[in-house]
Ligand binder design. Structure first.
Ligand SMILES: Nc1ncnc2c1ncn2[C@@H]1O[C@H](COP(=O)(O)OP(=O)(O)OP(=O)(O)O)[C@@H](O)[C@H]1O
Length: 247
């Protein structure tokens, strides 16, 4: 696999460029849901090419942080910059465009569309940004091929295994060559073998230069895939450390 083939991230974001350029800059982030303070002053910077895992007890604000960085929800206070863009300065249309073009997301339960064959689930991500159908399907097929599931292109999600579904979801997330790949418990619904495959895939992508932010309860996933671990509790970052990737 080459960087261009799969992540589409160019050499400028390769391992040598780690930290030279911030992909994520979050400062003083606060998020309230009624009386609940989900985030209470979170600041975090992620350099190009980094793989960062966020861990912490249930309800500590991990998914809320991910959602703010993805522009899926707006903070009560604080700033989020992704790839140099200030999310707070964007209107809803701008945020939707930003998400489609700059962010790839994978979730525990894949979020594939049941009524679309695998290839169209993947291609749709590019079609929504205006890429012509033929071109989008061509890239979708290339990605499915790189991820080892090209033979499943015409199968509907219900007939895919868990690991194949997550691979399809990764392909969809990579369609628009995102600056940032966000993963929320990406192995949470998978058996150990499929989980291993998805971990290997995330490691490969990061080694090719893809910046990765991962939320997980799974210590193995964090230590295998990430180079930095950020610990959260009660809506705050309580510590962080560099990880030696355990291959
Ligand atoms: N849309 C929402 N409306 C109201 N409260 C919310 C909403 N989203 C999150 N919360 C609350 O904010 C807090 C942080 O939730 P969040 O989902 O970010 O935690 P988490 O660390 O990701 O948890 P888990 O590990 O269980 O997924 C929790 O108290 C949660 O109940």
């Amino acid at each position: 696999m080459t960087t261009e083939d799969i992540s589409g991230t160019t050499a400028e974001a390769g391992p040598a460029a780690v930290h030279e350029q911030s992909i994520v800059r979050v400062s003083g982030l606060r998020k309230e849901y009624g009386d609940t303070v989900a985030l209470n002053g979170v600041s975090l910077e992620i350099g190009a090419g980094e793989a960062v895992a966020v861990m912490g007890p249930s309800g500590c604000g991990k998914s809320t942080l991910l959602n703010m960085i993805a522009g899926l929800d707006r903070p009560t206070a604080g700033r989020v910059h992704v790839h140099g863009e200030d999310l707070g300065a964007m209107n809803e249309t701008g945020l939707a465009l930003f998400r489609r073009r700059r962010i790839g997301m994978i979730f525990q339960f894949f979020n594939l569309i049941d009524d679309l064959p695998t290839i169209d689930n993947v291609a749709l991500a590019a079609q929504l940004t205006g890429t012509p159908t033929r071109q989008a399907r061509r890239r979708a097929l290339e990605l499915l091929d790189e991820l080892g599931i090209a033979d499943r292109q015409n199968v509907y999600p219900a007939a895919l295994s868990g690991g194949e579904r997550q691979r399809a979801a990764v392909a969809r997330a990579l369609m628009n060559r995102p600056a940032l790949l966000l993963a929320d418990e990406p192995t949470g619904a998978l058996d150990s073998h499929a989980g291993e495959q998805v971990m290997d895939l995330l490691i490969d992508l990061n080694e090719l230069g893809q910046t990765l932010l991962l939320v997980t309860h799974d210590q193995t996933l964090a230590t295998r895939c990430a180079g930095r671990l950020v610990m959260m509790a009660d809506g705050r970052i309580t510590g962080e450390r560099t990880l030696e990737r355990s291959a």
